[in-house]
Design a protein around this ligand. Sequence first.
Ligand code: CUA
Length: 370
Amino acid sequence: MRKKALWALGASILGLLLAACAPNASQSTLDPAGPTAQSEKNLFVPVFWIAVAVFVLVEGAILVIAIKYRQRKGRERMPKQTHGNTRLEIGWTIAPALVLAVVMVPTVSLIWQLAKAPGPGALNVTVQGRQWWWGFQYTDPDMKESYGSGEPITVADVLVVPAGRQVYLSLEAAGGLIGPGDPPDPAKADYVVIHSFWTPQLFGKQDVVPGRTNHITFAADQPGTYTGQCAEFCGLQHANMKFKVVALSQSDWDAWVQRERAPASTTVEGLAAEGRAIFLNPLSNDRGTCVNCHAIGGTEAASGAAPNLTHFYDPTHTCFAGCDFDTSDTEALKAWLRDPNAVKLGAKMPNYALSDHEIDALVAYLQSLT
Ligand code: CUA
């Protein structure tokens, strides 16, 4: 009976361990795709093996001693009792201190190295942590939109960067209606909470803290898509506060910048044109207005409270609402518009009681925003 229980325990521990395996784990720190993540892995691996050596030594000694001095039949007497051993005690105090001192040297030097500001060629992006999605503003002078007042190019959910170039992120916690530069407003303060920005293949976690600006410098070696997520509990939908980093080749990057700088298409027709009118005007029966929170470049919609939708259907913008849904999933988009809270409990976008026809029209308009 006891043997059976031990086997069951062993099998469940093994099962638990194997559950961590995945054929294509896209969020693995052990599979770095850029210099920042690589240097973090270079530190992690030796520290890990030092820890393994310490573990084997200590646990091994415990096992050997427990087995060697266990109670046996015919050996009822107490073993020799020892009280105090100065040499041993000095030894096991100094040895761990030495191990920690050795680990500290590369750790502290990497912390300094990663905290250094990047060179002048870096791309500057302000990352806004919201409940529960990420906004990205490209703050360099050559990254302003070509319409309106030349605001920074702003996107949500997918951070697009050029492969091979350093990116300098400024992390800021923003609120539903509070921009990073706006004065604090206690009435809206519950929106502004701590998040943590993390793309395991590109860089380690960095907290996003209200009232201060933290930084991450990274680069993606190759074009590709890297997934990330919020790593600090920030409310009901913390687990669904995901994002993607898309690294593009130089030519794809140039094309993307050109698309983003341009206003949204205005040559929409039919159902999409109807959707455009619904989007830009107050909804009937005082139900509200999309433009109170969203911006669409080239229209009067200019609020930064919710995701910027100017190029919602750009090929790089593959997910929305905290990357909880695929942009190409029309049914998901309709469900979101019907009642955001029904598909993402706690979402800050209200239910506007949109009719099926209004939803179809809005979806058609959103899908025209390439
Ligand atoms: Cu944002 Cu967790």
